[in-house]
Write a protein that binds this ligand. Sequence first.
Ligand code: 5GP
Ligand code: ZN
Length: 117
Amino acid sequence: TSAEPTTDCLFCKIVAGDVPADVVATSDRVIAFRDIAPQAPVHVLVVPKEHHGDVSVLAAADPALLAEVVEIADRVAHDLADGQYRFIFNSGPRAGQSVFHVHGHVLAGARLGWTPA
Ligand code: 5GP
Ligand code: ZN
């Protein structure tokens, strides 16, 4: 099913510890680590440990887990920045999604522009 780990998924490998990451927060079901190509002073990816392809799948499969993702995002923004932040899910390749294991981007630590295109 969609919740099974997949051997070719980068974020499943990070969850398993097979690919290193700069982890900044964890809970039972969620891990948060710094983006390798930061777009803001704080740029952290918040990832459920279970494999779900995108936020649409996650919202339908396990809304409590999505809520936990948001909770960890908020914690990271308060721990690493001033608690003001943007939290973005790219859902689908046309929206810019490139890793197909759901993750939210916490962007914080600067005045953020708005350049959706
Ligand atoms: P998406 O484009 O799918 O919304 O976001 C994927 C994010 O993963 C990008 O911001 C990209 O910089 C980040 N990323 C890609 N490969 C790695 C990696 O190996 N480690 C970390 N920490 N981030 C990665
Ligand atoms: Zn995965």
